[in-house]
Design a binder for this molecule. Structure first.
Ligand code: HSE
Length: 437
């Protein structure tokens, strides 16, 4: 049987999963490919650590050069993460005509253009299914299955840790810090969990999806990002009362001449599928102009689910190697040469529905002052909730709005927060119900 030789750089959790999966399912994978996927070398700076898996010591090396310089290795699998030396290793592997598979979302979000160009100019493949949505085949769906569509919109839950925290806070009433600790113990939080709770991890993934679907790379600071750290149990309760669940949602909408892209905690109606994606699961609701709604759901992280995505890339590339072809499917939907810069809609021009929680002193006239300012800024109120009384002290006053413009909302909230009858910064959460069909 023919062999495809693979070199693995990075023997961490996913690397261990790849080795395990090759052991457990290697035979059926070989039958499906028509060749043996032969793991030839494994490089890591720490080759002593016990990963709970037996590995032939002669495969291990501390020097990634042993993989990059090995002419027999066809595919380099980069699972070390981080920017450098991962970027250099990938570019170097391609220079040596090796195909590359990576799960490195941060690297692709920031250096994707360079890496994809290198793949194109060297005539090699780059697989990155594991970089977004773990095991979920979202890259393949956008690049291949929906290739005949204009992507109208993508709504995605792509950070398992944030989703786990919000789900546990909502369903079990557990405090934020306790649930975050649990996510760390379960191993799906990033090494630095601020990447999860501040939305940086999901922003990396959104940047990849944007460039995949609409054009050249966008920088992270080009679209609005807000994490879940400010979400309180109180907001979760009010959301429930209004018929919503709060999710950290990544949004990309193809407007007439621009792309609306944003990532923030979002209230989603109970009955929408996305509102029912709980625990650490990820999901993608993609709307194509021909396909209409496509919904993908699954494990966005974890050793074996992510290894499954890595192996799917290895298999795709192996099949091409056996046919003597490369670059059949470009790194992004469009041919790299024809890519254009993405025109993003300025965030202050977006229009959506809003939830406000004001901390207002409980005295006559407060509601009319607040609603007066909202009205003057072209913001129409849909519902009002005020609960409890606290003579002289602040009470939460909750309002939701019909569709309003972000710029008007910001202006109104700034003015309201300056009122002496408002005791604390107003909490603002965007609601997707009209946009999200
Ligand atoms: N920290 C990430 C998450 C892991 O929680 O989804 C997968 O990228």
């Amino acid at each position: 049987m023919k062999k495809v030789a693979v070199g693995l750089i990075g023997f961490g959790t996913i690397g261990t999963g790849v080795i395990r999966l090759l052991r457990e399912n290697g035979e059926i994978i070989s039958e499906r490919v028509g060749a043996e996927i032969h793991l030839k070398r494994i490089a890591d700076i720490d080759i002593e650590k016990d990963r709970g898996i037996e590995v032939d010591r002669t495969l291990l090396t501390k020097d990634a050069g042993d993989i990059l310089n090995d002419p027999e290795i066809d595919i380099v699998v980069e699972l070390m993460g981080g920017y450098e030396p991962a970027r250099t290793f990938i570019l170097d592997a391609m220079r040596r005509k090796k195909h590359v598979v990576t799960a490195n979302k941060a690297l692709l979000a920031t250096h994707g253009d360079e890496i994809f160009q290198q793949a194109l100019s060297k005539g090699v493949n780059i697989g990155f299914e594991a970089s977004v949505g773990g095991t979920i085949p979202v890259i393949k769906t956008i690049k291949e299955s929906l290739v005949a569509n204009r992507i109208r919109s993508i709504y995605a839950i792509m950070n398992g840790t944030s989703n786990f925290i919000l789900s546990k806070m909502t369903d079990e009433g557990k405090p934020f810090a306790d649930v975050l600790r649990e996510a760390q113990q379960l191993g799906f939080a990033e090494a630095d969990p601020t990447y999860d709770v501040e939305g940086i991890d999901a922003a990396h993934k959104l940047a990849i999806l944007l460039s995949l679907s609409y054009g050249k790379k966008v920088r992270l600071d080009e679209f609005y990002r807000e994490g879940i750290a400010a979400i309180s149990e109180q907001d979760i309760e009010f959301a429930r009362e209004l018929g919503y669940r709060i999710k950290l949602l990544a949004i990309a909408i193809n407007r007439d001449n621009s792309i609306e892209a944003r990532l923030h905690p979002t209230m989603i109606p109970f009955e929408h599928l996305l509102a029912n994606v709980n625990s650490n699961f990820n999901a993608f609701h993609i709307i194509g102009d021909a396909a209409d709604s496509v919904f993908l759901y699954g494990q966005g992280s974890g050793m074996m689910p992510t290894a499954s995505a890595v192996l799917s890339d290895i298999v795709d590339i192996s099949r091409d190697i056996l046919k003597g072809i490369a670059g059949r499917i470009p790194p992004r939907v469009r041919d790299e040469e024809s890519l254009e810069a993405i025109r993003l809609l300025p965030f202050d021009q977006i229009r959506t529905n809003y939830y406000f929680r004001f901390s207002a002193v409980d005295r006559p006239g407060v509601l009319s002052r607040i609603s007066g300012i909202l009205g003057a800024n072209d913001i129409s109120i849909a519902t009002v909730i005020q609960k409890g009384r606290k003579q002289g002290g602040p009470v939460p006053v909750v309002m939701t709005t019909y569709k309003a413009r972000e710029l008007d909302v910001r202006r109104a909230i700034e003015e309201i927060d300056r009122l002496d009858m408002v005791m604390d910064k107003t909490m603002l959460i965007r609601i997707e119900d009209d946009n999200l069909k």
